[in-house]
Design a protein. Structure first.
Length: 191
């Protein structure tokens, strides 16, 4: 029971104090789950991020669900997911019920401008941690560089490309690389 409460309150803290969506939360989730609590490793966090991004639903909630499942099976997954979701739900519900024109309040509008900067920093921090912990093999580096260049070009030229198309293309490239590697391993004698 204590482990479930720890999961719930750990993810409630992350969910309550993180603005900017799942990518902004990744840095905090990694900090808490990998560095502080040591529930998962850096490699697991990278794998979780990839899986959470490619499955339906918000990435931070998917990460919380995975960590919760690893720590406490199904009930752990439920505790971690509720911890991640409930604080935001309650805060937004209270704001929507009692404060008409919440974003029109001057100090709230200015606070959200500052929060936007912090969100950008959290996203960059998560990306740099992943880059630092990534196994630096030529294939992974070339895929990362090509993906980054493609994202910059798509943004710079305001191209409208479906994210589903990009995900299918990335999956196809990954499968193709896997099959090519397997082919060459079979061709070499003694492997």
């Amino acid at each position: 029971m204590m482990a479930l409460l720890e999961l719930f309150f750990t993810f409630a803290k992350v969910g309550m104090f993180t603005f900017g969506g799942g990518y902004a939360m990744l840095s905090l989730i990694e900090n808490v789950c990998v560095e502080e609590k040591k529930w998962i490793t850096h490699d697991e966090m990278m794998n979780i991020t990839v899986i959470a991004e490619s499955t339906p639903g918000p990435i931070a909630i998917n990460c919380a669900t995975y960590v919760g499942y690893k720590k406490g099976k199904m009930i752990g997954a439920i505790a971690a997911t509720l911890g991640m979701v409930l604080p935001s739900f309650v805060i937004i519900y209270v704001i929507s019920r009692f404060l008409d024109g919440f974003l029109e309040i001057t100090w709230v509008a200015h606070a959200f401008l500052g929060i936007k900067i912090a969100v950008g920093i959290l996203i960059v921090d998560a990306a740099l941690k992943m880059l630092k912990n990534m196994k630096k093999r030529p294939m992974q580096l070339s895929i990362m560089i090509c993906s980054t260049v493609a994202m910059i070009l798509i943004s710079a030229f305001s191209l409208r490309i479906s994210s589903m198309l990009l995900m299918v293309a990335a999956a196809f490239v990954g499968i193709l690389i896997y099959e090519i590697n397997n082919f060459f391993k079979k061709e070499k004698p003694g492997k």
